[in-house]
Design a protein around this ligand. Structure first.
Ligand code: PHE
Length: 346
C-alpha cells in the first residue's frame, strides 16, 4: 500500500467536501469525519506498525492532519463571518424611522406649589424636614402646649386611631419632632406634608389637605424676622409688589399669634371677588414660638426665641391659579391636571 497516495486521496476527498460545505454544522461534521479519534486520518495511524520508515510516515500523517485542519478552520472563519454579516444586516437599526411618542406626565398643581415653596425657602437657607402622618398625641398636641383638657383641642376635629395615636391635624407636630432631635441647637426648617381633619368635604373643605410648616429657633429671633420672611415668601410666590399684613390671632403654641394676609395680587388692593372686596387675602397662621413650647423641648426661653408658620398648600394654589374647588386636587381628573402643564413649563 502506498501510504503517500492514501494520505493524498484522503486530503483530496476532504478538501472537496470542505469546498462544497456552505454552513458551519457541515464543516464541523467534516472535521469529525477526518480528524476525530475515529476519523479517517486518525485511523491511518493503525498502519504505522506495518511501515519501516515510521518517521516519514509520522511526518506525512501530521502534515495531512494539519493541512485538512487549516482548510476547515479557514472555511469556518469564512462561514462565521458570513453568518455575522447576515445577522448584522437583519438587526440594522433604521435611525430615520419616527420614534415612539411618550406622554409626559404633569405634576399635580398641588405638588408644583410644594416644590415652589421648597425652592423659595431653600433659597433662604431652610432645610426640608418630614414627619409622620400618623403620630402620637404628645407631638400633635401636648408638646405644642395643648394638654388633654385644653379647649383648643376643639379648634381641630381630629381623626383618632386610638386614645394616643391619631392622624396629624396640622404639620405643627413636626415642630415638636424636630426640636426633640435638635437637642437645644438652632433650627431653620420647613416641613411640607399631608394633614387630616374630621370635615365634611365641600368646595372649600377637605378631610385631607396639606400644609407647609416653618420653624426657626435661634438667639434674637423676633416678630420682625417673621414678617420679613413671610413678605419675601409672598413676593416670590405671588408678585413682586405683594404686601403682608399681620392680624392678631390665637394659637396655643405661639405667643403672640398672628393671622397673615397678603395684599390681593389680582386687584392690587382695590377690591375684587378674589379678596371679597377687602383688598386682602388671608393665607396663613403664624407666631412667635410659645415659651412653654420651647421649655418642653429643652430650649431656655430666656436665651432662645423662634417663630413658626403654617401655610395651607391647597389654599395658596387655589388663590394663585383661580381654582374654585379644593376637591379637584384629590380627584385625579387628568383634564384638570393637564391645565397646569403650561404653568410648569413657564
Ligand atoms: N398649625 C396651625 C393650623 O393648622 C397653623 C400654625 C402653624 C399657626 C404655626 C402658628 C404657627 O392652623
Amino acid at each position: 500500500m502506498d501510504y503517500t497516495l492514501e494520505f493524498e486521496n484522503i486530503k483530496t476527498k476532504a478538501s472537496e467536501e470542505i469546498s462544497k460545505a456552505n454552513d458551519l454544522s457541515s464543516l464541523i461534521n467534516i472535521k469529525n469525519k477526518y480528524l476525530s479519534k475515529k476519523g479517517e486520518v486518525s485511523l491511518m495511524m493503525n498502519h504505522i506498525k506495518e511501515v519501516s520508515d515510521k518517521k516519514a510516515f509520522g511526518e506525512i500523517y501530521n502534515k495531512t492532519r494539519k493541512e485538512i485542519e487549516s482548510l476547515i478552520n479557514e472555511k469556518i472563519k469564512v462561514e462565521e463571518e458570513k453568518k455575522l454579516n447576515e445577522e448584522l444586516k437583519k438587526e440594522r437599526i433604521d435611525i430615520t424611522l419616527p420614534g415612539n411618542n411618550y406622554v409626559r406626565g404633569i405634576a399635580n398643581p398641588f405638588y408644583q406649589t410644594i416644590n415652589e415653596i421648597e425652592d423659595i425657602f431653600r433659597g433662604m437657607g431652610y432645610s426640608v424636614e418630614h414627619g409622620p402622618e400618623v403620630d402620637y398625641d404628645k407631638y400633635v398636641f401636648e408638646l405644642l402646649n395643648i394638654p388633654h383638657d385644653h379647649p383648643a383641642r376643639d379648634m381641630q376635629d381630629t381623626l383618632y386611631i386610638n386614645d394616643n395615636l391619631l392622624l396629624r391635624s396640622h404639620t405643627s407636630s413636626v415642630q415638636a419632632h424636630v426640636m426633640e432631635k435638635a437637642k437645644g441647637k438652632p433650627i431653620k426648617i420647613i416641613c411640607p406634608g399631608k394633614t387630616y381633619r374630621r370635615d365634611d368635604d365641600d368646595m372649600t373643605h377637605s378631610h385631607q389637605f396639606a400644609q407647609v410648616e416653618g420653624l426657626v429657633i435661634d438667639k434674637n429671633i423676633n416678630l420682625g424676622n417673621l414678617k420679613a420672611t413671610l413678605e419675601l415668601f409672598a413676593k416670590k410666590m405671588f408678585s413682586k409688589d405683594t404686601k403682608v399684613r399681620f392680624r392678631s390671632s390665637y394659637f396655643p403654641f405661639t405667643e403672640p399669634s398672628v393671622e397673615v394676609d397678603i395684599s390681593c395680587f389680582n386687584c392690587k388692593g382695590k377690591g375684587c371677588p378674589i379678596c371679597k372686596n377687602t383688598g386682602w387675602i388671608e393665607i396663613l397662621g403664624a407666631g412667635m414660638v410659645h415659651p412653654n413650647v420651647l421649655k418642653m423641648s429643652g430650649y431656655d426661653p430666656e436665651v432662645y426665641s423662634g417663630f413658626a408658620f403654617g401655610i395651607g398648600i391647597e389654599r395658596v394654589t387655589m388663590l394663585k391659579y383661580g381654582i374654585n374647588d379644593i376637591r379637584k386636587f384629590y380627584q385625579n381628573d387628568l383634564r384638570f391636571i393637564k391645565e397646569f402643564k403650561k404653568v410648569k413649563e413657564d
